[in-house]
Design a protein around this ligand. Sequence first.
Ligand SMILES: [Zn+2]
Length: 386
Amino acid sequence: MSVVGIRMNARECRACRGEVGHVVLDLGDQPACDYFPLSDDPGPDPVYPLQMWLCSHCGLAQLLDDPTVPEESKGTEPVALVAQAADAVARAAAAGLLPPGARVAEYGSPHGGSWLGLLAERGLRPVDGTGEADVILDCFGMMHAADQAAAITERADRLAPGGVLLLQYHSLDTIIRLGQWNALRHGHYAYYSTTALSGMLAGIGFSPRSAWIFDLYGGTVLLAARRDGDATSDSDAVPDETVRAIVAAEARTGVRDPDVLRELQHVVHTRASTLHSWLADSAAAGRTVLGYGAASRAVALLNKAQVDSDLLPAIADASPGKRGLRMPGTTIRVISPTELTAQHPDEVALFVSDLMAEVRAAYPEIEAQGGRWVNADAIGSSPARS
Ligand SMILES: [Zn+2]
């Protein structure tokens, strides 16, 4: 198997510059997951290698190469993301980390999801440009930086004495435990464990102090870190029990073990073949199956599963920006939710499982017409229905 082995090229870890590591997940050549061609564009779409590499020195899981150019985001913010932001802000505020009047700088995600409105409601003041701030917030932002060492240094350098750095990320522990191999995508350069991120923080004289876990994406961590010299007491100088518990759980999972991460490669084949079989069976039985959620994570799944429009004619998406386009690497059209319900599907494969409650509430016609929603990530595990 070609995915196993030491990286032979003299390339460096995006964080620690170490040169030794392992390719732990290889999705082969994949189309850029954020470039949705027009539906009448015949293709073929360009493809690029998509591989995850685990640094042996610092343990950061990362995108090996990225020859793609990021496209402008066209997504809409899921209700689940908005609700989690409010929850996270409330918890950080309850911990005293968001005092009214504090200056805040946000490093956001190009996919949206700013917390600045929520923070302004609590009396925090946004800082323009690159000025100093008492709270530096990074919500799914830093993963988009090709140079991880530069990105964390830039954030730390802007933090005022005594300030707090808040980092939120979809955790590698979650990706491993839930087999979320299709979290790997071009444009997302880092897949953080709290263990590896703690090492990155130590490298710039910071330490994690507290952490919160959220259900978003199956397990998302908000980590609060401070400068080591800023501790006001001995107990304030070390990670609290919330951080220690996460790091201990990650050690049990084996977030630094390349053999553990390689298990994701087996999940790829299982999930892909299960999805293909399920769609083929549905087609043979004469059932109408459509999709929902033209998300980046659906692209690699559809391509690995060799699913095209003969098995899945269309995927609905609430984002008007994706209408008239097709899924990268396929002829599957992106349609509106109105078109979806008009076709009276027997089953709707949901490619963004966080949306399950939201779509069932938003499109009751699907179930009222006798159809059902199926979590595309859980097909084959019982029950497939959420
Ligand atoms: Zn490293």
